[in-house]
Design a protein. Structure first.
Length: 233
């Protein structure tokens, strides 16, 4: 729609037409079908992104990224996660992803940490952690290997409840990270409220810093100093 306004010339405003609405609905419908088929046909796959120590570049952990494999392409999570959440499918997708990732870790005798993305709301779903624990037992994965990455996709109304869940899980050996720290307004609220072990700085800051962005370099330095002061990696 913005593109339409640009193509009609400057100083013009464009409003959604019936054809725009149909196109949006068709896109949503197609994503729904892709997600349902991927789940039913077990085509939710983990991609392991290594996390290295910058001092010696040795791999210390791996982030488990969600991918849907179709006949002609690999679909990254950014293209379907919001739709899956709207469908109420995100929990089932996570379970299938965890099963595949844990099976690979077991078969390869991997002893490092696995960073798993999730919404804070998942932590207070009554069946989420019991299901995750069962999958971990099935594949001999220890709680000390798991780092849950908290994302800011969802607004958390009851921060206190999530905080208690995190505290309980940390006592069992699980660890927590804030994903894309600095990207949203909730980042500092999360670090203030939750007991966090890792901060993952928003990639946009890093990319701009590498391009000699003075502001981004100052922000990243400040975040690093904050993490060091709080004993966060």
């Amino acid at each position: 729609m913005v593109h339409q306004a640009k193509t009609t010339g400057k100083d013009r405003m464009s409003f959604p037409s019936d054809s725009d609405d149909v196109a949006v609905l068709r896109s949503i419908g197609e994503k729904n079908i892709i997600i349902m088929e991927a789940f039913s046909q077990k085509r939710i796959h983990p991609y392991f992104q290594p996390i290295a120590n910058v001092k010696d570049m040795r791999y210390e952990a791996h982030e488990v990224l969600t991918r849907i494999i179709t006949n002609d392409r690999v679909i990254p999570a950014a293209e379907f996660i919001e739709t899956a959440e709207g469908m109420g499918m995100i929990g089932k997708i996570d379970y299938q992803l965890f099963e595949r990732a844990f099976a690979i870790a077991r078969d390869q005798q991997y002893q490092g940490k696995l960073f798993l993305n999730l919404s804070p709301k998942a932590l207070i779903m009554s069946d989420f952690m019991p299901t995750v624990r069962k999958i971990m037992r099935d594949y001999s994965i220890e709680s000390s290997q798991i780092v849950f990455e908290i994302t800011e996709r969802d607004t958390v109304k009851n921060m206190g409840l999530v905080e208690r869940f995190i505290q309980d899980l940390k006592q069992d050996g699980f660890r927590f990270a804030i994903d894309d720290f600095g990207a949203g307004y909730s980042s500092f609220q999360y670090i203030k409220t939750f007991s966090i072990d890792y901060l993952k700085v928003d990639g946009e800051f890093i990319r701009n810093m590498l391009q000699k962005g003075k502001m981004e370099k100052a922000i990243v330095s400040s975040i690093a100093a904050l993490a060091a002061t709080l004993g966060i990696k």
